[in-house]
Design a binder for this molecule. Structure first.
Ligand SMILES: Cc1ncc(COP(=O)(O)O)c(C=O)c1O
Length: 417
């Protein structure tokens, strides 16, 4: 659906698209509130029936009856690598290259800390000044503990070519910008980084489950991403870490713990890393949280990332077209129009963004706000319908035309925006 036809988009057109949508039946798998339009699956995905079922199974059967035996009998110890293998196809990785554990910032710490040791004669780390603040905190902290003087340069990513040289040990970028939704060219950037002998670490927080990824074809060295956004693993869900096969056994886990040891139950005092991705486990797997993610991953057995991508682009095109038609000049559409540069969210800039998002939440359109002025809307094709996009825009039009967002009650800042 392109902008040339947008002036005539009707709700009936959207209903017709829903009727022929192959992903339509998957919506029944998600628990969504009646009357609400959830455009925040890029922050916290909703509960799936499978996630709920699997969590209950772990609690009521494996934990309640199996008790401590379940570490063996229910395969709990193998869960981080088993789930890694389950998730691998979603990022284009091979079996044995992905592990599910910890949360994202911790996994970034492991990858950054380990990779700096692989380039001991280099002293620069490049990252993006627009990167998520947690990524910048952790890269600075790990660089400060590298055992040699390191400089972290948070650059404007458009200047990457000029900044790359043979002093650069590591480049760490977020593949889809959390504010603007701009998607970077993983393959082209990784190639440039490798050309100067540096290592490439990708943050897939806003990419996994949102856009097709090909770490194998893109030649990424390392990557990590969240479980709680487009993968619907639940609040604080374990994250995932990717270490390309060529680095396994070479990249060291800078936060070693007993369960990453080759023989944890020999209780040896000298650390010896386990083989493969198990080396990146530090401590006990969080079984209930892993169960939620395990259940949430079931939905991906019924869908391909290409199907998800096609619908994601159609939904975001529809949203942008409707916003531009119905509210010309009211918002700046920050997210790129160009498909190759768009993730699965749309960012609208407005000086009253916080109040607008709060007023929309009250009207049942759940998005979020990213300071200083971005209204952020995530589009998850697994459960969103075309009519949801149409209805969401109708409510945005009401909020803007009535100026209800100016009400002082919408100016009160919550801790989470
Ligand atoms: C791009 C990016 N990196 C890192 C994080 C931090 O994730 P966690 O809370 O799992 O450490 C987030 C969280 O939203 C994020 O969006």
């Amino acid at each position: 659906m392109g902008s040339e036809v947008s002036a005539v988009i009707l709700r009936d057109d959207c209903s017709a698209l829903d009727e022929s949508d192959a992903l339509g039946p998957l919506r029944a798998e998600f628990r969504l509130n009646q009357g609400e339009i959830y455009l925040d699956g890029n922050s916290l995905g909703p509960v799936t029936e499978s996630a709920s079922r699997r969590v209950n199974e772990v609690i009521d059967t494996e934990w309640a009856h199996g008790l401590v035996r379940s570490w063996n009998s229910a395969g709990w110890m193998a869960e981080p690598t088993r789930l890694g293998d389950r998730l691998a196809p979603l990022i284009g990785a091979q079996p044995g290259e992905v592990l599910v554990a910890d949360t994202l910032t911790f996994l970034l710490a492991k990858l950054i800390g380990g990779s700096l040791d692989l380039r001991p004669d280099r002293h620069i780390v490049l990252t993006d000044v627009a990167n998520f603040h947690s990524d910048i905190y952790i890269v600075e902290a790990m660089a400060a503990r590298a055992g040699r003087a390191m400089t972290v340069k948070a650059i404007d990513r458009s200047t990457l070519d000029q900044e790359l040289n043979d002093d650069v040990a590591l480049v760490m970028l977020t593949h889809v910008d959390y504010r603007t939704g701009e998607m970077l060219d993983m393959k082209a950037i990784t190639e440039k980084v490798h050309a100067v002998g540096s290592l490439m670490l990708w943050d897939f927080a806003h990419s996994a489950g949102a856009v097709p990824l090909d770490v194998t074809g893109g030649d990424a060295d390392f990557a990590a991403g969240c479980g709680y956004k487009y993968l619907n693993g639940g609040p604080g869900s374990p994250a995932f870490i990717y270490v390309r096969e060529r680095w396994q056994g070479i990249l060291q886990n800078p936060l070693p713990g007993w369960l990453g040891h080759a023989r944890p139950f020999d209780f040896e005092l000298k650390y010896e890393a386990a083989k493969g991705m198990q080396a990146f486990v530090t401590s006990s797997p969080s079984m209930i949280a892993l169960a939620a993610l395990d259940g949430a991953l079931d939905v991906w057995d019924f869908v391909t990332m290409d199907q998800v991508r096609a619908k994601s682009l159609a939904l975001t095109d529809l949203f942008i077209d409707l916003i531009e038609d119905r509210l010309p000049g009211v918002f700046e559409v920050v997210t790129p129009r160009e498909h190759a540069k768009r993730g699965s969210q749309v960012a609208l800039r407005h000086g009253e963004g916080y109040g607008i998002v709060q007023a929309l939440i009250e009207r049942g359109v759940i998005g979020d706000f990213r300071a200083p002025d971005i209204c952020r809307f995530g589009f998850t094709p697994l459960y969103l319908r075309y009519v949801d996009v149409f209805d969401a825009v109708e409510r945005i039009v009401e909020v803007m035309n009535s100026e209800m967002y100016r009400d002082p009650r919408f100016a009160v800042r919550n801790a989470v925006t």
